[in-house]
Design a protein around this ligand. Structure first.
Ligand code: TIU
Length: 227
């Protein structure tokens, strides 16, 4: 039986119990397209400062997770060069916003696999052995092998961080919740371009007794891992 070994008392709406051996850290879409000037996020009209501000926080979480031996999984949002995996509706909306998927930007073609914009920011680069999930959607389970990777490692709990809180983090959270994973969102290791979206998304996780899971700041989670 997988009884929790660590209890994170600071989590909301109530303490979050987890076994490190059954826990994965999911770092969502910390790629240049969302975190670097000229990327998809900025060209959609957003301020990327909040996305950049969480890089050192995630770096600290990654250090602790790697030292503890947690499974670390990175995700990236992006499409095949021929756009065959990009729904026409998504393409149309991106073009209307002046950030057409596949258009040429300062870091290569926007939101296209293999381009510099698609690369994870250097500060959070995956280390050898860490799976990188390339996803065409907002959720990390849609058209990916994430479920298989988690099942192979007998994962029951997910720690979520990355961008953006209300879009890719929330979609992944909701997909994971429906699949039975216990999810903790690290609120200062996630960000949205508009802080109001971030606050609303964090509130939604823990309302109704934790309808989607738990939230916590990164520091108590790191401290709990180190005990
Ligand atoms: N990764 C992710 O959240 N994709 C987005 O498009 N987010 C926006 O907030 N636009």
């Amino acid at each position: 039986m997988n009884y929790p070994l660590i209890e994170l008392g600071e989590a909301l709406p109530y303490p979050f119990g987890f076994r490190p051996a059954g826990t994965a850290l999911i770092v969502i879409d910390m790629q240049n397209d969302f975190c670097a000037p000229g990327g998809f996020g900025e060209r959609l009209g957003n301020d990327i400062a909040p996305a950049r501000a969480i890089i050192p926080v995630i770096s600290g979480v990654l250090d602790a997770a790697r030292m503890t031996g947690l499974l670390v999984v990175h995700t990236r949002e992006g499409h095949l060069p021929d756009l065959s995996d990009c729904p026409p509706s998504k393409l149309e909306r991106s073009r209307r916003q002046g950030a057409g998927i596949g258009d040429i930007g300062p870091m290569g073609r926007i939101l296209i696999r293999g381009e510099r914009g698609h690369e994870i920011v250097s500060e959070l680069a995956p280390v050898p052995g860490e799976p990188v999930i390339d996803k065409p959607g907002k959720g990390a389970f849609y058209r990916t092998n994430l479920r298989n990777i988690l099942e192979e490692s007998h994962i029951e709990s997910l720690i979520l961080c990355g961008v953006t809180t209300h879009v890719c983090v929330h979609t992944t959270l909701r997909e994971a919740n429906d699949r039975g994973y216990r999810c903790l969102v690290l609120e200062d290791a996630t960000a949205a371009f508009d802080p109001a979206d971030h606050e609303a998304a964090i509130h939604m996780v823990r309302q109704q007794g934790g309808i989607f899971g738990w939230t916590s700041a990164a520091a108590p989670f790191i401290a709990a891992l180190q005990t």
